[in-house]
Design a protein around this ligand. Structure first.
Ligand SMILES: Cc1ncc(COP(=O)(O)O)c(C=O)c1O
Length: 350
């Protein structure tokens, strides 16, 4: 099955008389003993349906988590005491904050790199135990050479993880490049409607799968049943949404690059996230408060377009320009998006 078909058909009950077409919401804290399920912290049929579908799209076995960050934290927990973690200097600030917190407690030794500098990343892999990649990165929109870094990391004996939230499995399947673990904030494109928090880890390595499942069982960072069901419902249209949002983003990036009032437009050519850099933080603030259609909000990957000046967060890297606005392009009509964005830019530039 091709991805668009997989997104629609995986994770459904068998095609048998009287079976529902969709996986039901199974609300259960426990199960009748004697089978494989036993208790609600270990598994749930609605999670499994979601995991089968997302795992099928990424090409591995999936574990759903309570949020993207609980998935991230469970992966960082694989790192042995004091061991080295290579990570992007620009990445989702929550992931970087987790690393900083682990460093503070002596748990890991982070080594932050510019992931576009493959040579530097490869050199940093030496004596690392985990290489964390996000590609494209939030909010700098940098892209890593995943196959080259994976080869070097494996030679050094390190695991490689890719946060695939921005690209989604529709545009990038890191496991195909030999990456050990893929992480998602399924809150974003996977669920796709800004109404759910959910995370996921996907792997082809059975041993890693069992270790991560063991951590989830033990610490209880489990998804809500309704959240898993909503995310599965959202995932059914992931290929359509990504295709449309990406087409909109490509149009918008091209038009934004023609404007003279932007210092820079960061768009890697794929996906639906854009970084546009205004001359100052003040002008960027004006822009984000002057749109009517684009919603000023954090988060991304919903059907609706949102925008946000990232340095409004104290935790954002200081090397991110003050004037950078991150655009999450939705699936609206691109002309409406353009009209609204250009009037806000015009207004702020006056
Ligand atoms: C790239 C990326 N990874 C991870 C996360 C964390 O996910 P969550 O908010 O679902 O915990 C986010 C959230 O913004 C993100 O953008």
């Amino acid at each position: 099955m091709r991805p668009a078909t997989r997104a629609v058909h995986l994770g459904r009950p068998p095609h048998e008389p009287d079976q529902p077409l969709n996986s039901p919401i199974t609300m259960a804290s426990t199960y009748v003993a004697g089978g494989d399920r036993e208790y609600g912290r270990y598994t749930n049929p609605t999670w499994t349906a979601f995991e089968d579908a997302l795992g099928g799209l990424e090409g591995g076995r999936c574990l759903a988590f309570a949020s993207g960050l609980s998935a991230v934290g469970t992966v960082f927990d694989l790192v042995g005491h004091g061991e080295k973690v290579v990570a992007p200097r620009h990445a989702y600030n929550g992931s970087i904050m987790q690393l900083a917190d682990l460093e503070l407690r002596g748990r890991v030794t982070p080594h932050l790199v510019d992931i576009t500098d493959t040579e530097a990343v490869v050199a940093a892999c030496d004596d690392a135990s985990l290489v964390w990649l996000e590609s494209p990165t939030s909010p700098a929109m940098e892209v890593a050479d995943i196959p080259a870094i994976t080869t070097a990391a494996h030679e050094a004996g390190a695991y490689v993880v890719v946060d695939n939230t921005f690209a989604t499995p529709i545009l990038q399947q890191p496991l195909e490049s030999g990456v050990d673990l893929v992480v998602h904030s399924a809150t974003k494109y996977i669920a796709g409607h800004s109404d759910v928090l959910l995370g996921a880890v996907i792997t082809r390595d059975d041993q890693l799968y069992e270790v991560l499942k063991g951590r989830r069982d033990l610490f209880g960072a489990i998804p809500g049943t309704f959240e898993a069901w909503l995310a599965l419902r959202g995932l059914r249209t992931l290929p359509l949404r990504v295709e449309r949002a990406q087409a909109n983003a490509q149009q918008l990036a091209r038009r934004l690059r023609e404007r003279r009032d932007l210092a820079e437009v960061r768009y890697p050519g794929f996906g639906a996230m854009i970084g546009m850099v205004l001359p100052t933080g003040e002008v960027a603030d004006l822009v984000q408060h002057s749109t009517e259609l684009w919603v000023y909000a954090t988060s991304l990957g919903g059907v609706e377009s949102t925008l946000e000046r990232r340095r409004r967060w104290k935790s954002e890297a200081v090397t991110i320009p003050e004037g950078l606005i991150r655009l999450s392009v939705g699936i609206e009509d691109v002309e409406d998006l353009w009209e609204d964005l250009s009037q806000a830019l015009d207004l702020a530039g006056r």
